[in-house]
Each structure stands twice: as structure tokens, then as C-alpha cells.
Design a protein around this ligand. Structure first.
Ligand code: MBD
Ligand code: FE
Length: 270
């Protein structure tokens, strides 16, 4: 370990430890509380929830610091549920989903651009989301809910020659952190709700540009102002337009009303 990295560890870790000690003193933390905190840490590890815990309480702060001064669109935290290697779609893009996937149909479109607005043909969008029960595929849950099939609502797809993409999916619902695990138990013990507003996760990339990790939220969601992970930014909130015209529905090859929304991703230069 080089000297400067040793200094960095000492500086940051000492600052953190000092804050913890200050908290113990200021709030007269008892032996029982100290024992509960140790057991909590053990439980989080045994439940495999350290990524969840970290991303809920700290990632949004890391993300804001990381993005300071960066050109292009605002991004958002990756969160604990990204799985690399999702299938790559061929047009017309439809997210992998069950034949009878519950939820309102969403047609999500957008354009990927340079910081100056030049479209970036062939840019890759890697997208993942929960289903309409608030469950992500390929994630172990501390309760006995019904799990989606592997790869459900996870995919990669490319922007076309104009830097544009359009993908059909379903509208996710607000995500509640499961109460059956230690992270959920902590939130409940503090009397805090455990919800994130409904969101789509994206990582958008193109050669010569920095990958943009982001989330898209939806207007009127009840949890936009109180996201347990504190990761909402106003520029990431999208309007949904409902389409009920039978001709529109048929032209899309659909059999139910659908919603549309769109966004633009401006990538920073690498
Ligand atoms: C999620 O779906 C999420 O995006 C974050 C950040 C934390 C918990 C669940
Ligand atoms: Fe999420």
C-alpha cells in the first residue's frame, strides 16, 4: 500500500470513527444499545444485506460527490440489484417478462447524446426494474413471496442510427424494502417508512463517453419527496401519457391502454 493511500485510509477512517464516538457520547449510548448494534451488524452480514444497507443509507451521498462538476445529465445511484450480463434485445425492444406480466404497459423511449447534444448511434442502455409486486428478478428475498423468473425485466439494448431507442416494459411500483430482513427491521424500529418511489434503473454507455448510471421516476409518485434511499433528482422525474385510443392500441400490436414517456441521456466525455 503506498504511503498516500495509507494516509487516505487513516484520514477517512479516523473521521468516521470520531463521528461514531461523538454520537455515543452525545446520546449516552448504553451497553444494551451497543450490543444491539453489534448483533445488527452480524444479522446484516448473515442476511447478505450489506449492499442493500450501504446503498440505502450512503450511496446517494457518494454519487452526488462523484458527479460534482461532471458534464451531461444528472445520474442516480446504482443500488444493490444490478446484475451484469443481461440479455441483449433485438428490435422491436420488449423487456423480458412473463406472458401474463401484471402491470400497466409502458413504452419508454429516449435519445442518447453527447454533452453538446449530438446523437450517439449505437449507445447501449442496460435497464432493470422491479415487477408490479415490487420484486426484482435474481435477488434473494427474506420472505416467501413469489419470485419472477430469472432475467425478468432486465435487458440491454442499443440506440439506433439516430441515437434513439424505444422499449416496451411495464410501469414499476414504489419499492418497499422487505420488512423480513435486518435493514427493513431497522427502518421499522426507527419508525421510518421503507419505500422508494417507482423507478427504472439504467446504465447508458457509448465508446469515448463515461457510462451514466441513472434512475427514472414518475410524476405524482407518493414517495418522490421521501425516498428512503434519498436518490431522487427533479430532472429524473418523467411524465406519463396514457393512450386509450383503440386505433393507437391496435397500431402498436397491443390489447390494452398503454403509457408512454421519454427522456434524454447526455453522456459526459470520457
Ligand atoms: C432498490 O430497488 C434500490 O434501487 C435501492 C437503491 C435500494 C433498495 C432497493
Ligand atoms: Fe431499485
Amino acid at each position: 500500500m503506498s504511503n498516500s493511500s495509507e494516509e487516505r485510509v487513516a484520514t477517512v477512517v479516523a473521521a468516521m470513527m470520531d463521528k461514531v464516538r461523538e454520537t455515543i457520547v452525545e446520546h449516552k449510548v448504553t451497553y444494551d444499545e451497543y450490543a444491539a448494534a453489534k448483533q445488527f451488524a452480524i444479522d446484516v452480514g448473515e442476511a447478505g444485506e450489506w449492499p442493500l444497507f450501504g446503498d440505502v443509507f450512503f450511496e446517494s451521498t457518494v454519487e452526488r460527490i462523484d458527479a460534482e462538476g461532471r458534464e451531461g445529465s444528472a445520474g442516480a445511484i446504482e443500488g444493490p440489484y444490478y446484475v451484469p450480463g443481461a440479455v441483449e434485445l433485438t428490435p422491436p425492444y420488449v423487456m423480458p417478462m412473463r406472458e401474463d406480466e401484471p402491470g400497466d404497459i409502458l413504452i419508454f423511449s429516449g435519445t442518447v447524446r453527447s454533452p453538446e447534444g449530438t446523437p450517439l448511434p449505437g449507445a447501449m442502455i442496460d435497464m432493470w426494474q422491479s415487477d408490479s409486486m415490487g420484486t426484482y428478478a435474481d435477488i434473494p428475498y427474506p420472505d416467501d413471496r413469489e419470485l419472477p423468473p430469472p432475467g425478468n425485466l432486465r435487458a440491454r439494448f442499443r440506440a439506433d442510427d439516430n441515437g434513439q431507442f424505444e422499449v416496451r416494459t411495464i410501469i414499476p411500483v414504489p419499492y418497499e424494502i422487505p420488512k423480513g430482513g435486518p435493514t427493513g427491521a431497522l427502518l421499522a424500529a426507527a419508525g421510518w417508512h421503507a419505500f422508494r418511489p417507482a423507478h427504472l434503473h439504467t446504465v447508458t454507455s457509448a465508446p469515448g463517453y463515461r457510462s451514466l448510471t441513472s434512475q427514472l421516476y414518475f410524476d405524482k409518485d407518493p414517495y418522490l419527496e421521501s425516498d428512503v434511499a434519498n436518490a431522487v433528482k427533479s430532472s429524473l422525474i418523467l411524465d406519463l401519457t396514457k393512450h386509450t385510443d383503440p386505433g393507437d392500441i391496435e397500431a402498436r400490436g397491443l390489447s390494452a391502454p398503454y403509457f408512454t414517456t421519454s427522456t434524454e441521456f447526455f453522456l459526459a466525455r470520457a
